[in-house]
Design a protein around this ligand. Structure first.
Ligand code: ADP
Length: 451
């Protein structure tokens, strides 16, 4: 470790909130480096420069041109994470200039291997071009995994990278990249210095056949170098006391103001305004992982309103839209990505659903807790690590009836036992989901690597 020098960390990823976000990964990469810098580290981020990124809004500047990679060239751009001194480097190349962040929902089009192998090379070449020599390259999910392999092969004799160590964080084991001679998820697991995933429970679950997504044996080989660091949320961005997206700010001290957000949301959704009726929210990607099919027609019997926001696979979107068509007074379904509406749902809902089949960490339940919306989650992965009976409700079996019953039970408490309900809300609001703690845990892993 350099003396009198800050520990230098390069965080390589494919998303960073708010510049380019698809889901939880973006939120993590947008918040972790700020928390690391607060601890005195020099953490920087590198991502592809997507066509959809607003270069004026984020004041993105060209810093290095025509860096050669094989027969190709890249340009390197730079900005800071908004309201911080965290540098974000952006790699410009034709591979990335489309409007979508990923070519498909799972980033597994046949061309993706080539694209992200190129990205890995571009990261290493880019570092040399700007002469930033990190102590650690912190890789995140399979699109960055090839860096670990390249450092052991093509760049093995490159003096610039001689001391560089790698940490590989698995945000979602299910996405491993396109099928081909190399499984990049496995490459990251086997070739990185240390491996981590985003909750303690998921770090144990993925060693089993049920959750291992075919890589449980690969992971077993790194069992002693596999750690679980629970994600956190950006507690400034998700703060009901200051949130600019919501109608009425509130906190522990004036929680009764929360209901004004419900009234506003009901109006926006075209429903009659009614403080009493329980509003149940869900904000997610509509994909297999998220357990959307556990929401059935039977839910229309419950005394509440449902608002679902998300995008994803058509079959799930259609199933939910059908419910909304059939029971317009019960269900509203909004198929889009909408940050403002998401915040309005966290603030305006009484109950928040996260029925995931598996969940590496999950952020929405933490956000819901912070907004006093009581979560009902399936007890798996990070959901299990963040929700207990003090703050919400859990169900074990991946089963529509169990889910229905626990929701019914929670509604009963909501209507009949307001004091217990308020206790749940207050307990949730006082949880600490800031990045201080996980940042310190990542620092420990970085130091372990440098020993
Ligand atoms: P995942 O990373 O698997 O998508 P997480 O729970 O870890 O799930 O993170 C989801 C993040 O994305 C949360 O910040 C959530 O609010 C946000 N999000 C998901 N879908 C939408 C949407 N349609 N509109 C706005 N925000 C969304």
């Amino acid at each position: 470790m350099p003396i009198n020098n800050k520990l230098k960390i390069l965080i390589a990823a494919t998303e960073v909130t708010p510049i380019a976000k698809v889901g939880g990964l973006g939120d993590v990469i947008g918040a972790l480096p700020k928390a690391l810098n607060t601890l005195g580290l020099d953490a920087r981020v590198i991502i592809p420069f997507y066509g959809a990124i607003d270069r004026n809004k984020y004041k993105i500047k060209l810093i290095e041109q025509n860096i050669k990679i094989g027969g190709e060239t890249i340009n390197l751009w730079r900005t800071n994470l908004p309201d911080s001194a965290v540098p974000v480097y952006l790699i410009e190349h034709g591979f990335f200039n489309g409007q979508e962040i990923y070519s498909t929902a799972l980033a597994n089009a046949p061309t993706d291997t080539k694209k992200y192998l190129f990205f890995a090379n571009a990261i290493l070449r880019g570092l040399k071009a700007i002469n930033f020599k990190p102590n650690i390259i912190h890789l995140n999910d399979w699109p960055t995994a090839a860096v670990a392999g390249l450092l052991k092969t093509d760049y093995r004799n490159d003096k610039f990278f001689k001391q560089v160590k790698t940490l590989y964080t698995i945000h979602n084991l299910a996405h491993q990249g396109p099928a081909g001679p190399i499984n990049y998820m496995a490459e990251g697991i086997l070739k990185s210095g240390l491996v981590s995933t985003v909750s303690p429970t998921y770090s144990r679950e993925i060693l089993t056949k049920e959750f291992g997504a075919g890589l449980e044996k690969t992971l077993a080989k790194r069992k002693n170098q596999l750690f679980g660091v629970l994600n956190a949320i950006d507690t400034d961005f998700f703060n009901p006391a200051t949130d600019k997206f919501i109608q009425k700010n509130y906190s522990l001290k004036n929680l009764e103001k929360k209901s004004e957000n419900k009234l506003f949301l009901q109006k926006e959704l075209g429903w009659p305004q009614d403080k009493k009726t329980a509003l149940v929210g869900l904000v997610t990607r509509f994909v297999w992982q998220k357990g959307i099919e556990l929401i059935t027609e039977k839910f229309s019997e419950l005394n509440c309103q449902f608002v679902f926001l998300g995008t994803g696979e058509k079959k799930y979107e259609d199933a939910l839209l059908n419910l909304a068509r059939k029971y317009p007074n019960k269900f509203k379904v909004l198929i889009k990505f909408d940050e403002k509406l998401a915040h309005e749902i966290y603030a305006g809902s009484d109950i928040f659903l996260v029925p995931s089949r598996f969940e590496p960490c999950g952020l929405t339940q933490m956000i819901a807790l912070r907004y006093g919306s009581v979560p009902i989650v399936r007890a798996t992965g990070g959901l299990k690590d963040t929700v207990n009976s003090q703050v919400g409700f859990t169900f074990k079996k991946f089963d529509a009836e169990e889910f229905f019953n626990i929701l019914k039970k929670s509604l009963n408490i909501y209507y009949e036992k307001p004091r217990i309900w308020q206790r749940l809300q207050l307990n949730g609001l006082t949880q600490d989901f800031s990045w201080d703690k996980p940042a310190k845990e990542y620092l420990k892993l970085y130091k372990k690597l440098l020993k």
